[in-house]
Structures are given as C-alpha cells and as structure tokens.
Design a protein around this ligand. Structure first.
Ligand code: HEC
Ligand code: HEC
Length: 512
C-alpha cells in the first residue's frame, strides 16, 4: 500500500493513541518479552532470523506483519462482537464474511476451521496463550477468479468485493452501542471461548476485554469525519490517503487538510511488483522498496517500533512479491495471428507508457508518472495528496531514510500482466472491461450494476455488468460515473486505434 494507511483495521487492545497497559498482562509480559513504548506480544511466527521469499509468503498470505495487541483482536472478543452485535458483524462467521465481502478460505488449516475468511489469521499470544485475530495482505490482495467452467483463488490479485471501510466502521459503531459494555462483552466472550474451547485464562479475561472496550470507545469519536466520508464506499475500493490522514492527525496531533473529493483507489494487483519503484497508483510515495512494502503493515496500525524489532519482514515480502508467478492462462484459445497484429500496435502505441513484454517473459518497463492533462482520467486520487498531507507524511516519514511523499500530478501506467482476471480497471475501478477502455471516452457507459461474483466476462474481458437500476443481490453494486471521483473519462489511447486494431490489441493483452 503506497502511502501508509494507518488507522484502517485498527480494532485492537492498544489501538487508541496512548495504549494503556492492562496490569496482569504487563506482569506476564515482563517475563522476557520484547518491550518498547508499550506492551508487545511477539508470537514465534514473526521472529525471523533472516529474510526469505517463503517468510514473505507467510506474511503476505497468512500472518500479516504482526504486532497483535495493536492490530488484532482476541478471538473470544472477536466472536463476542460477531455474535452479540449481529446487525454490525453478521451474527456468525458466514454472516461476518458476507457482511464485508470477504473471501471464504479454501485451505483446511486452523484459520479456515475457525471460519475466518482469507486474510484473517489466528496468532497465539505468548504472553497470555490467547489466540488473536490479525489480518494479512491477502485480506485485500487476494481474489477468487471465476470463469465459465472453473475458478481459482489467486494471491496478489485485488479483492473485488471487500468492504474494508464498512468493516472498519463496524468497530466504531459498536463502540457507541449502549449494549457495548465490559460486562456484556465479557459474558459473550466467556461463552464463546467455552463453547469453542479457546484458551482464555481466567486472569487475563478482564484486562483484555476492558482494554479492547476502552480502546474502541476512545478511537470512535476521533473517526467520525472519516466514517462520514467513506460511508458510501464501493466494494474493492479504499480511501487510502484519507485513512492515513486521519491516523496521522491523531499521531501528530495536528489537523491535516484533505481534498473535497475522496481519492478512492481500487485495490490493485501486485503482480507488477518486480517492475515497480513506487507502490501507489500515483507514485506519490518514494523510497527504498523494502521499506515501502512493509508500509502496508501500517495499514494495520502496527507500531514503528515493531518494524525495528522485526527487520527482515520488508525484504522477505519483496523477495516473495518479486518472484510471484501465475500460471493461470486466459481460459479460451488465442487467435495467434490477431494477437501478433495486436502486439505490433501495442509496441507502437502503448509500450512507451506500459512497457514492452518480450516473448521470453522479460519485461522492459521504466516507471514514470504521466500528467493528468495528458491522461484526462479522474484527478481525485492524485489531488488527494494535498500540501498539508505531504507535509505531515514527510514529517512522519523522517523515520525512513531516503523516503518522501509528493503530489505527482498524475498516474503511473500500470504493468499489464494477468489483465484478463483483474478488472475492474483503472485507479478507481472506473472501467469494468477492456471493451469499455476500447470505447471512445464520451461513449462509455456511465451507470451500470457491477456483478463481481459472476464469472469473468471473457468477451468484454472484464467484470460482468447489468443495466443500471437492475435489482441487486449478493455483492452486486451500482456504479455511477457522475459521482465526483468516479469519472470514466480519459485514456483514449486504445479507442483511438479504431475498432479493428483495438480488437487485435485486446487479443494480445489477454496473453500477458
Ligand atoms: C486495506 C487493504 C489493503 C491491505 C490490507 C494491503 N494493501 Fe496493498 N494496496 C492497497 C491499495 C488500496 C493499494 C493502492 C494504493 C494507492 O495507490 O493509493 C495498494 C498497493 C499495494 C502495492 C502496489 C501494487 C501495484 O503494483 O500497483 C503493493 C505491492 C502492495 N499494496 C502490497 C501490500 C502488502 C505487502 C501488504 C501486506 C503487508 C498490503 N499491500 C496490504 C490495499 C491494501
Ligand atoms: C500516456 C501514457 C499511456 C499510454 C500511451 C497508454 N496508457 Fe494505458 N494507462 C496509462 C495510465 C496512467 C493508466 C492508469 C490510469 C488510471 O488508473 O486511471 C493506464 C491504464 C491502462 C489500463 C488499465 C490497467 C489497470 O491495471 O487497471 C489498461 C488495460 C491500459 N492502460 C491499456 C493501454 C493500451 C492497450 C494502450 C495502447 C493502446 C495504452 N494503455 C496506452 C497510461 C497510458
């Protein structure tokens, strides 16, 4: 995640700006556990003595970057929220997953047996023995691809249905519910732990419940502005800059001016990682890649100290992402002659921005930002990086040498791999298919219903859409190009080629 998005998913024991230490845990903790500014839980799975791609895979797919007291919730309390506040958290695990558009796990491990979706993970707190629910990169960066005749879970692909802001808001809403008291949560948590046989030692129950209730109550009022601005978020989109601005506001204790229109971003596919120098749609966050890649961990509210104590995570994630392979090909025969013609057009008209994709699999790509005026696409995301945001981020980022945030005034042409499975396209998911990108900007559909659960539309090469005002079910949602920040305009490059050449280019693009 490019510029850090501190604050998202901050739903934990020590989540409020000044974590207070629950005393019985503090006593356990002083028995040799790493301690920094506050109390730290350091489960074994986060202790790496060197960097490796396999450690990176574990972080990305399962464990996330850690710091469970800050980024996680004790499992009994998590179940208490789900079961005790069903209108917010879904009532049971199935309801929980579907309330937030999270993916059902296909692997039969402990996380899956607990009913957790892809991207949520149980880590055992060595201080108390209690499993904590933490999140990994795969909560956002994994998706199940369906096509007529098959489906596959693909790591790294941007989730199309996840309602991350609704999830985040549920923790604020619960905190203002009159039934949200230490007594109620404690009773629900005790019952869930007994039923599910979850380790829940008597002496830590009170402190954990109290700390969680207090932390959520403290953070809720600080977040009303962000909640208001992100209430109508579309699935698979994140208000990255606004979320981070909100979190920096409470850390730096100074207001940050955000722009009027939310700079929504679609969760991207990370498959272009090896070619990238920055990790956001607008290239706004610059710095050493191993540092940028753990910044995503700040999305979970982990403390900087945690990263100093776990220095191999960034390099591990980079190694894993650099080597990420996909063997899932476009599930239809390719017309080679047409695709070859498409490649010629592509290399002439598109490669200058998007790079050249050689037959031997190598990619010649130099990352660059192209200006808004040239692209004509919606500016909201680029403009979200306000001068005030830049100042605050750079103050914050003094901790990371050679790194800075700037307003780039444009967007980075994405690396075009795995395109057939990664719609909706564009920084805000504003284009449902390649067919829409190949349509002249003024003729593109403006209002439609997106059906992200349907098999991919292999003709249009994208997500399936229904006419505007169709009855909606499941994860289907309305898209309206007239909404500020959601313009479908610009990027006329493919449609400018004319229909025949565009058709050939698309036949080529699905081979990448
Ligand atoms: C809450 C959802 C979310 C989580 C969790 C998350 N990311 Fe992201 N990630 C995003 C979004 C949104 C962007 C685009 C940011 C932007 O442009 O403003 C992004 C961008 C990226 C990119 C750049 C992709 C590209 O090539 O354009 C990489 C790499 C990445 N994230 C890695 C990670 C890693 C590693 C983790 C876990 C440590 C992680 N992310 C966790 C949402 C998330
Ligand atoms: C001037 C540079 C430039 C040229 C030329 C260009 N593009 Fe793009 N392209 C971009 C940028 C920048 C974006 C991201 C726009 C956004 O996110 O709103 C983009 C986005 C895309 C996307 C969506 C990718 C995604 O990850 O969602 C596709 C597909 C695409 N371009 C294909 C093409 C094709 C095919 C051509 C040639 C016919 C082409 N582009 C020419 C700059 C360019």
């Amino acid at each position: 995640m490019g510029p850090m998005a501190l604050g998202l998913l901050c739903a934990s024991v020590g989540c409020a700006s000044r974590p207070r230490v629950p005393s019985p845990i503090a006593q356990t903790a002083s028995l040799g556990v790493v301690r920094y500014e506050g109390l730290v839980s350091d489960p074994v799975e986060y202790r790496l003595d060197r960097a490796s791609a396999s450690a990176g895979e574990h972080i990305f797919v399962r464990s996330g970057v850690g710091d469970p007291y800050r980024t996680g919730v004790a499992l009994p309390v998590f179940l208490a929220l789900i079961e005790g506040f069903p209108s917010l958290f879904g009532g049971d695990m199935r309801g929980f997953r579907s309330a937030f558009g999270m993916l059902e796990s296909a692997v039969g491990d402990r996380d899956a047996r607990a009913g957790l979706p892809v991207g949520l993970h149980l880590t055992d707190d060595p201080n108390t023995g209690v499993p904590f629910v933490v999140s990994s990169c795969a909560l956002c960066h994994a998706e199940r691809v369906r096509w007529p005749g098959g489906s596959a879970l693909i790591m790294g692909l941007g989730n199309r249905t996840l309602q991350i802001h609704r999830y985040d808001a549920a923790f604020d809403l619960v905190a203002t519910n009159e039934r949200f008291t230490v007594e109620t949560v404690r009773a629900l948590a005790d019952a869930a732990a007994a039923r599910e046989r979850i380790p829940w030692p008597i002496e830590v129950r009170g402190p954990i419940v109290e700390a969680t209730v207090r932390a959520l109550r403290e953070r809720a009022p600080l977040r009303s502005d962000l909640q208001r601005r992100t209430r109508d978020a579309l699935p698979g989109r994140v208000a990255v800059i606004e979320s981070f601005a909100e979190a920096m506001t409470s850390l730096l204790r100074r207001p940050i001016e955000t722009s009027e229109t939310v700079g929504w971003t679609r969760i991207p596919d990370v498959i272009g990682f090896a070619q990238r120098r920055t990790l956001s749609w607008d290239g706004s966050g610059e710095g050493p890649i191993d540092a940028l890649v753990v910044e995503a961990g700040f999305a979970f509210n982990a403390r900087p100290e945690w990263f100093y104590a776990h220095p191999h995570q960034g390099r591990s994630l980079s190694e894993y992402l650099r080597g990420l392979q996909r063997d899932l090909r476009f599930p239809r025969p390719i017309d080679r002659t047409l695709a070859d013609r498409g490649r010629a057009h592509f290399n002439e008209r598109c490669a200058g921005c998007h790079g050249e994709y050689r037959a031997d699999g190598s990619i010649v790509y130099r990352e660059q930002v192209r200006p808004l005026e040239e692209l004509g696409v919606d500016p909201a995301r680029a403009l979200a990086v306000t001068p005030s945001f830049v100042r605050a981020s750079n103050h914050w980022r003094l901790a990371v040498p050679d790194s800075r945030v700037r307003n780039t005034g444009g967007y980075v042409p994405p690396v075009l791999r795995s395109l057939w499975m990664r719609a909706p396209f564009g920084h805000n998911g504003q284009w449902p298919s390649l067919a829409v990108i190949a349509t002249a900007p003024e003729a593109r559909p403006q209002r439609f219903v997106v059906d992200p659960d349907a098999p991919m539309d292999l003709d249009a090469v994208g997500v399936r859409t229904l006419p505007a005002d169709s009855a909606r079910s499941g994860n289907q949602y309305d898209f309206d190009g007239a909404r500020p920040g959601f313009s479908t305009s610009g990027h006329p490059f493919l449609s400018d080629l004319g229909p025949a050449a565009a058709r050939a280019v698309i036949e080529y693009l699905v081979t990448l």
